[in-house]
Design a protein around this ligand. Structure first.
Ligand code: NAP
Length: 310
């Protein structure tokens, strides 16, 4: 079995940008892209804020372009999920079921997944009025009525943000207390376009081809009703996809991979030769362009490491 220079785990904007840079550096990266390749952009419709596309581009098309660009320079792809890793030591081992791959360096770019409510129509209506990212999709709701579901800082922030575009934003939360900080709650409450609907569980998202509303259950009054909406934003947190690396890679208390604060290798993890980029190590910005930027940095860091350890 030949040892690869670089194995990239994950294929969102971070992993694919790392692949482009590593391939152009003649490192012949192997990208284990996952069965659900392409990351979170595969769940969005139009991406209007990725520089270089003045008319916007569909999320899946952007990912297809990035993948083709990496392939053009010699990146190799395996369309499967990594099932096990052993990252200690100079030779890193990555398994897909019983097949073992070895690499001198590994770039972890498994992303984070927005938590979903698990409602019957939720996945089907994603990108069709349902979204997990106000910054990405808020613009499409100019002059419309939307709801944000959640009671944390993200929900408050998204509700406020969406009032730039929407005429009305309902903030639907299952309790009457908030996990969000007081200042964020106060800000949302002071916003005349935001209306709070509390003690209310969202039972389903309604709509055939696009969102038309939500079905709500008030748990205090034990009443149900349908609320008409043009869009619904699920803002109940994210989970970084780091389970696979547990016990090997150091994470923060929320499970995000800790990367170095050293300016020379900002994507370095606790294990030499293992780098991380994109949302798996970023709970703050979570944008395609910032993920892509960190993917570039990870590839350059890996290249530098390979030169140092040649
Ligand atoms: P979070 O703090 O974990 O809040 C998640 C919210 O979603 C909670 O209100 C929770 O309700 C609700 N929720 C979870 N599962 C649910 C379900 N199945 N059905 C209905 N509601 C559900 O997540 P976050 O708001 O994304 O924030 C993540 C971290 O980023 C936090 O540390 C936050 O402070 C930080 N952040 C900071 C800022 C800022 O300072 N500008 C902005 C955004 C995020 P319960 O409360 O009932 O459990």
């Amino acid at each position: 079995m030949s040892e690869r220079n670089v194995i990239i785990v994950g294929s969102g904007p971070a992993g694919l940008t790392a692949a482009i840079y590593a391939a152009r550096a003649s490192l012949k990266p192997l990208v284990i892209e996952g069965y659900q390749a392409g990351g979170q952009l595969m769940l969005t419709s139009e991406v209007e804020n990725f520089p270089g596309f003045k008319h916007g581009i569909m999320g899946p098309d952007l990912m297809a372009e990035m993948r083709a660009q990496a392939e053009r320079f010699g990146a190799e792809f395996i369309s499967a999920d990594v099932t096990k890793v052993d990252l200690a030591g100079p030779t890193k081992k990555v398994w897909v079921d019983s097949t073992e791959y070895q690499g001198k360096t590994v770039i972890l770019s498994t992303g984070a997944s927005a938590n979903l409510l698990g409602l019957p129509n939720e996945r089907r209506l994603m990108g069709k009025g349902a979204s997990t990212c106000a910054t990405c999709d808020g613009f499409f709701f100019r002059g419309k009525v939307v709801a944000v579901i959640g009671g944390g800082d993200s929900a408050m922030e998204e509700a406020n943000y969406l009032t730039r575009h929407a005429t009305k934003v309902y903030l639907i939360h299952r309790r009457s207390e908030f996990r969000a900080s007081k200042i964020m709650v106060d800000r949302a409450k002071a916003n005349p376009k935001v209306e709070f609907i509390l003690n209310t569980v969202t039972e389903d998202i309604l709509g055939e081809n696009e969102v038309t509303g939500v079905r709500l259950h008030n748990t205090v009054e034990n009443t149900k009703r349908d609320l008409a909406l043009d869009g619904v934003f699920v803002a109940i947190g994210h989970t970084p996809n780091t389970k696979l690396f547990a016990g090997q890679i150091t994470t923060d208390d929320k499970g995000y991979i800790k990367t170095s604060s050293e300016k020379s290798h900002v994507t370095a993890t606790n294990i030499p030769g293992v780098f991380a980029c994109g949302d798996v190590q970023d709970s703050r910005y979570r944008q395609a362009i910032t993920a892509a930027g960190s993917g570039c940095a990870a590839a350059l860091d890996a290249e530098h490491y390979l030169n140092e350890h040649a």
